[in-house]
Design a protein around this ligand. Structure first.
Ligand SMILES: O=C(O)c1ccccc1N[C@@H]1O[C@H](COP(=O)(O)O)[C@@H](O)[C@H]1O
Length: 213
């Protein structure tokens, strides 16, 4: 089985960016959601992006964004992909893919088999679906370190590329890959020492665990 691709989400400092690159992650996530402890401004993102150019893929994370926010962020951070982590419909996702001309990822919050089945509706609208844990009402829609039942997506063979997120960390990511055969893993709080504070050693350990899975 090929090694799973790795996204380290919530990068907000040059040190964390360099740690992700050193560890050979494939993607970084830049969070454009002001309520997140990992949120970056377009100006921060532009600086990080310039440093990342040609070294790692830059994914912008948004929660029900309006077009103005997207246009500013995509241009400032020269994003390689857009991740939608709110209640965006397939129609909205398709509209954004066509408007911005870069890949669109759609996160789906999962608590049951029916949640996984929702992925089919996005097959023509997005480039990848990201299965993540459902978070409690009123909490952030992601980045909470919560996992869901991996059996729900074990060996998933849907009509669109996919990835696994939610509560992944150095100690459980190999098991998650073994059980689900996911082609991509995405982590945020699992490689932090406090909300929003990335740890280079944990990033390295996470990527080493993926490589060894
Ligand atoms: O990271 C955030 O702050 C965030 C905020 C709002 C929506 C999504 C967010 N992060 C995404 O959630 C997954 C799971 O996070 P975790 O690993 O369980 O902490 C993460 O990979 C991001 O894609």
């Amino acid at each position: 089985m090929p090694t799973a691709a790795i996204k380290i989400c919530g990068i907000s400092t040059p040190e964390a960016l360099e740690a992700a690159i050193r560890a050979r992650a494939d993607h970084i996530g830049l969070v454009f959601f002001p309520k997140s402890p990992r949120a970056v401004t377009s100006a921060d993102a532009a600086l990080l992006s310039a440093r990342a150019e040609g070294r790692i893929n830059r994914v912008g994370l948004f929660v029900d964004p309006d077009d103005a926010l997207l246009a500013e962020a995509v241009a400032a951070a020269r994003l390689d992909a857009i991740q939608l982590h709110g209640a965006e419909t397939p129609e909205r996702a398709a509209q954004l893919r066509s408007r911005f001309g870069i890949p669109v990822w759609k996160a789906l919050s999962v608590a049951s088999a029916a949640d996984v089945e929702r992925a089919s509706a996005y097959a023509q609208a997005v480039d990848l679906v990201l299965f993540d844990a459902r978070t409690p009402k009123g909490a952030l829609p992601g980045g909470m370190g919560l996992a869901f039942d991996w059996n729900l997506v074990a060996n998933w063979k849907g009509p669109v590329a996919w990835g696994l997120a939610g509560g992944l960390e150095p100690g459980n990511v190999a098991e998650a890959i073994r059980r689900t055969k996911t082609p991509l893993v995405d982590t945020s709080s699992g490689v932090e020492i406090a909300p929003g504070v990335k740890d280079a050693d944990r990033i390295a350990a996470f990527c080493a665990a993926v490589a060894g899975a």
